[in-house]
Write a protein that binds this ligand. Structure first.
Ligand code: NAD
Length: 405
């Protein structure tokens, strides 16, 4: 901290602020990552109105972007009817990869690996990882790539049931242990031995409906349907469509201390599985004017392991959610993603996204410009009234209004 403070010429006040670890103890913070000099607190919020698989949930969300929590709560209210949003997750299957190089006659070797599948799975499960929790290696497949710049490559995929863990460490332990056995069987040399974050067997599907009146009329429902089709046609739009979904998914991931990079990497790869980038959700109208949304994405999340039980606030978040399994957490996150998506599309159709967003943005600008207390709302309102939601104007207003106080 001393070096950084000197390097960046930090004031004593800045040093004190940065040193504040918030709701983390020093021991926990330094056990999580390296070179810790301080903490950074994000707001922890609750999205309301969620009814998922006939059960009511309060949704903890950690995010820096205004409007997300209000939007999620609003859309969840529209989708509460009946059982609410339905979400179903598959088994929690991850892929562990072993890349073998210098393999002669790779298709022959691939056959040998397939033939000896049971032996390999048994060996993998003897490692003692996951088995006592009901998980472990379940299946195996092989891919061959001939004549690459590094010769023939044989890729072995182990499909591992990781139960309630995100599973990266567990899968890595298993593939590292199995690699020497595969080297022996194939005569090749193992290179990379790690999970794939392209979790194509760990999918969650969420769907729900909303009637046109809830949305503000048939025109709005039709507009959302059209927005869905445009995302299905246009990858540039699809990326932004999916970003809206991830606003919800990642906010819950942050609150529960998930590996959100893994979730993002997997989600966007899955969106591209057809060879062109597609939306993770689609919206359709039925004859009665009801709007149906359907979302499908991979989610690699855990309720044990990683930071989920280390960060005390993540433990509280899981308690608020009341989820006991990784499967249920994935279902909740997918439902939040779907609701978030509906809210964003509705806002785009109804009023253009800027209006609601800019109100909160104006407040942020006011704070950045030095406003405190009552002045925050006063400055924000002035900016909105003048249609000038800009930092330089916020600074000007803070100065002006402060003089009048
Ligand atoms: P982990 O090893 O901390 O926890 C998993 C372990 O928890 C299991 O091996 C098992 O022994 C135990 N466990 C207890 N109850 C269980 C239950 N009901 N179901 C399953 N396991 C149970 O963590 P992990 O989930 O294997 O790995 C997650 C961590 O790995 C994250 O911190 C992630 O950031 C990190 N990581 C990610 C990548 C990647 O995504 N590419 C690579 C390396 C590490």
């Amino acid at each position: 901290m001393k070096l950084v403070a000197e390097w960046a010429d930090l004031s004593q006040d800045e040093v004190e602020l940065l040193k504040d670890l918030g709701n983390l103890s020093r021991d926990v913070a330094t056990s999580m990552v390296e070179n810790v000099i301080g903490g950074m607190t994000y707001p922890f919020s609750i999205a309301t109105n969620f009814r998922i698989n006939s059960k009511d949930y309060l949704i903890p969300m950690v995010i820096e972007e205004p409007s997300v929590i209000a939007a999620a709560s609003n859309a969840a209210k529209m989708m509460r009817e009946g059982a609410g949003i339905i979400a179903k997750a598959s088994e929690q299957l991850m892929i562990g990869q072993v890349h073998l190089v210098k393999v002669s006659n790779p298709y022959v070797k691939a056959g040998i690996v397939i033939e000896r599948k049971n032996e390999i799975l048994e060996y993998a499960n003897q490692q003692g990882v996951l088995v006592k929790h009901g998980g472990g290696a379940r299946d195996l497949s092989v891919r061959v790539i001939e004549g690459t710049p590094i010769g023939n490559v044989l890729i072995v995929h182990l499909v591992v049931d990781v139960k309630d863990a995100m599973g990266a460490n567990a899968v890595n332990t298993i593939v590292e242990a199995v690699a020497p056995l595969l080297e022996k069987m194939t005569g090749g040399e193992a290179r990379l031995r790690i999970l794939s974050n392209y979790a194509v067997y760990r999918l969650v599907r969420a769907w729900g409906k909303v009637c046109a009146e809830e949305l503000g009329g048939g025109e709005v429902a039709k507009g959302i349907y059209e927005a869905s089709v445009l995302a299905e046609l246009d990858p540039f739009r699809a990326v932004t469509h999916n970003k809206g979904i991830m606003n919800g998914v990642i906010a819950v991931a942050l609150a529960t201390a998930q590996d959100h990079r893994a979730i993002e990497a997997g989600a966007h790869a899955y969106a591209s599985r057809s060879g062109s980038y597609k939306p993770l959700s689609i919206w359709r109208l039925d004859e009665g004017g009801e709007l149906y949304g359907y979302l499908e994405m991979p989610l690699q999340v855990g309720v044990v392991g990683g930071a989920t039980r280390v960060h005390p606030v993540a433990r509280i978040a899981l308690k608020i959610l009341g989820v006991k399994t990784a499967k249920e957490l994935a279902e909740v996150m997918a439902a939040v993603g779907l609701a978030q998506n509906l809210a964003a599309l509705r806002a785009l159709v109804v009023e253009g996204i800027q209006k609601g967003h800019m109100k909160l943005h104006a407040k942020n600008l006011a704070i950045m410009a030095g406003a405190t207390g009552d002045l925050i709302d006063k400055v924000a309102n002035e900016m909105i009234k003048a249609g000038k939601i800009r930092f330089d104007y916020a600074v000007e207003l803070v100065e002006k209004l402060r003089m009048q106080q």
